[in-house]
Design a protein around this ligand. Sequence first.
Ligand code: ADP
Length: 475
Amino acid sequence: MKILFVASEVYPLVKTGGLGDVAGALPPALMELGEDVRIMMPAYPQALDAARNKKTVLDLGDPFSTGPLSLISARMPSSEAELLLVDSPSLYRRDGGPYQQENGDEWLDNHIRFAALSHAAAALSAYGSVIGWTPELFHANDWQTGLLPAYLRFHHGNPAKCLYTIHNLNYTGRFPAEILPQVNLPWEAYSPDGLEFHDAVSYMKSGLYYADHITTVSRTYAQEIQTPFAGNGFEGLLLDRSSSLTGIVNGVDYQVWNPAHDPHIAAKYQPGRMGGKQACKTALQQELGLPEDPKAPLFGMVSRLTEQKGIDLILDTLPTLERLGGQLVILGTGEDYWEQLLLDRAAASPNIAVKIAYQESLSHRIIAGCDMFMMPSRFEPCGLTQLYALKYGTPPVVHRTGGLADTVRGAGAGPDQTGFVFDDAVPELLAAALEEAVDAFNHRNKWDNIVTNGMQDDYSWENSAKTYQTLYRSL
Ligand code: ADP
């Protein structure tokens, strides 16, 4: 089947979080299964630099009066996967991130930038013959592509089905109603039965309302978003659409995330040959200036620093960590408030290292070098870092929510335990989970069993890609 996979970030070209990882890994997994997939994303400078065999293949005019829009066909840097880069120099060729300026503010024209991405995707249903490839199914992802099913409907008469995947419902792509004519959509769409959301336009709502089917990235999150706990105001619509809503857990790209051949880490290791893990811990303690103590339980976190990720819970449980003789390393970027609080705590304790940066290579060394991985997220659609931590023999400590609930097995699993799970996002329960983790860490046999279980769990993309394939076919 000809499937157009549309996303605003794709690893390794551009990535800010889990969406980029998924967009980089799911399409190749589908190709392995025999599907004809092309990946569409904006032609950001980093994407243009890294993509190979670039050729402009389609002129799409100037639909938003922002200058010419065109399609460049290309290949991924290190695979044969085919890319379609949506090129618009005025919209995408600038320094800064995919969504934000260098000072952290959102780009003021994001409504046009991502309308253009969806417009180009939908246009392929009409002009695909020019490039000899017309999508039979569209797969849109998160709010940045939420207008795609609306364009398919209002501009093209629903030429093919559209699947819409929610990676995080809390980014709603909300803009004032006045933008509707600028993005070439009729006022008819501005309705509760359409893309209107609390007196504004929401690109997320557009995706949820107009797509033929919705998926999200774990089964538990698929349930949670039909309730006020995680529905973010969309729970009514999602409950109405529950027969068209499926939870499919994300996979891991074990080519990139595998301690047996990871080029970023100090020493390689695998189940049964775990000596390298201790070397990774020592190297990490050295790198970050922590006391070089093999017995001190070392907790790690790699994360966007936002309210969602439960940073406040970690701050509140630092006294417990200190009492347990633990060490903590956090790598992240995000809201100034959390960055500053964490830096202050690190300055006050020799056992806490905080690095405010986005560093792919260091993230591997932290996941390999720590003993336990912290993920006390208030909500977590899927979460990928806990899956990486499992593979690296770094049992995760997680809140029982979303994908964390689906992928980490706490003490209740008995001999099948892979981590430590607490039920409510409150400091007392995180503190109890840390005590439980340190207690297990100090009992070698029990610890080895938990570590080995996690390393042997298989979250490769193959299974999830098969589930997507079945769903595409059913559509
Ligand atoms: P989310 O998508 O909510 O950010 P996920 O756990 O699904 O969370 O995915 C986060 C991805 O981004 C992981 O690959 C993680 O390693 C990476 N990541 C997050 N913050 C950083 C950082 N500061 N440096 C390097 N990688 C990071």
